[in-house]
Write a protein that binds this ligand. Structure first.
Ligand code: PA5
Length: 352
């Protein structure tokens, strides 16, 4: 029996019960759909939406950007860093997204938005961002606390939909949301620890990757999801992972597969039923070209008809895969000590 099917091993290696949080992700998404900003965001239809966030709190912005890319005529920019880009002016809407509310870069983005008088809303469970939103009389979406930010993706994504609809940017039809939530419910049942490896796609993927370095490649719709898989693997399993997107990686990174280290790597191709025929062909050719050099190749697909369902379920599969990789590598999937140490040191005043 694999360790992934052993409840005692999971309890020992996952003392914070991240598996319960992941299993409850569909319920989190449902609850997230009910969250509103207080007071409501009052803004004209923006020319651009800027989501300011880092790490797990930027991932909701990525999901939003890729989800709307083919249907919404307002660009959604995800800003990872201090301050705000020049395009965040009076005709923009800024979503300052920080689960903890204490991320320095997002606080700085919020301050710049207030200073520039750009419509801004804070999406946070608390911290300094909540305090600053109250002090500056700016709207806030209050998120339920107690999760690791990367495991709060539902809270960091869904509240943006009514926020944008409120300023004239309709993003997600209700039936697409319903379909995505139902697909997540079904997928949760298929990926939870109680479902044995023989019948559990996330466990099987983690076992296929094993000790190899995962290289996750997506297409135009799933490239950002590949990046999310990479960061989930890095934070949960504490191991390096690569991410890239077709067609761009066909023009550079593909050459690296000639290196001797390729046998120690495992390719995961993130496919999408909506991908164009030329992208499907590129995936097939990539498989043929790098497959013989790689340690192994797997494919993963999202579920459902609508784009939201496909993207969300593929992201959820990545969350569980990274979780099971953490268990295989005997890492606590919850805690992130180096990340915390970095934040702690950056909070102490710099030496003169
Ligand atoms: O998932 C994580 O813990 C990190 O990637 C955080 O999201 C990141 O450090 C930013 O913190 P926060 O999401 O609280 O703004």
């Amino acid at each position: 029996m694999t360790r992934l099917d052993d409840p005692a091993a999971l309890a020992r290696l996952d003392p914070h019960d991240a598996r319960r949080v992941l299993a409850e992700f569909p319920a989190q998404c449902r609850r997230a759909c009910t969250l509103q900003s207080d007071p409501p965001l009052r803004a004209a239809r923006p020319r651009v939406v800027v989501v300011a966030g880092m790490g797990g709190s930027a991932a909701g912005g990525d999901l939003l950007a890729v989800y709307v890319a083919e249907t919404v005529d307002v660009p959604i920019i995800v800003h990872r860093g201090y301050g705000l880009p020049a395009l965040a002016g009076p005709h923009a809407v800024v979503i300052a997204s920080s689960y903890s509310g204490d991320t320095a870069e997002v606080l700085s983005a919020f301050d710049v938005a207030v200073a520039r008088n750009v419509p801004v809303v804070a999406v946070t469970a608390g911290g300094a961002l909540a305090e600053r939103a109250t002090a500056a009389r700016r709207p806030r979406v209050a998120l339920p606390a107690g999760l690791m930010p990367r495991m709060a993706l539902g809270y960091l994504f869904f509240p943006a939909l009514p926020l944008l609809a409120g300023c004239g940017v309709e993003v997600a039809p209700a039936d697409e949301i319903d379909e995505a939530l139902a697909a997540l419910d079904a997928l949760a049942r298929d990926l939870v620890p109680e479902r044995p490896a023989a019948d559990n796609d996330a466990k099987r993927l983690a076992l296929s990757i094993g000790d190899r370095l995962p290289a996750i490649y997506g297409g135009p719709a799933t490239g950002l999801i590949a990046y999310r898989w990479k960061t989930d693997i890095e934070e949960n399993a504490k191991t390096f992972a690569l991410a890239g997107a077709l067609p761009e990686m066909n023009h550079n990174e593909i050459e690296a597969w000639r290196s001797t280290g390729a046998k120690d790597m495992h390719v995961v191709l993130l496919r999408d039923r909506g991908e164009a025929p030329e992208i499907a062909r590129r995936f097939r050719v990539l498989h043929d070209v790098v497959g013989p050099s790689a340690g192994g190749v797997s494919e993963a697909w999202g579920r459902g008809q609508g784009r939201l369902s496909r993207l969300l379920t593929l992201t959820y599969l990545g969350q569980w895969t990274s979780y099971y990789l953490a268990i295989l590598r005997e890492r606590d999937p919850w805690s992130v000590p180096l990340l915390d140490e970095m934040k702690r040191r950056m909070r102490t005043p710099a030496a003169p």
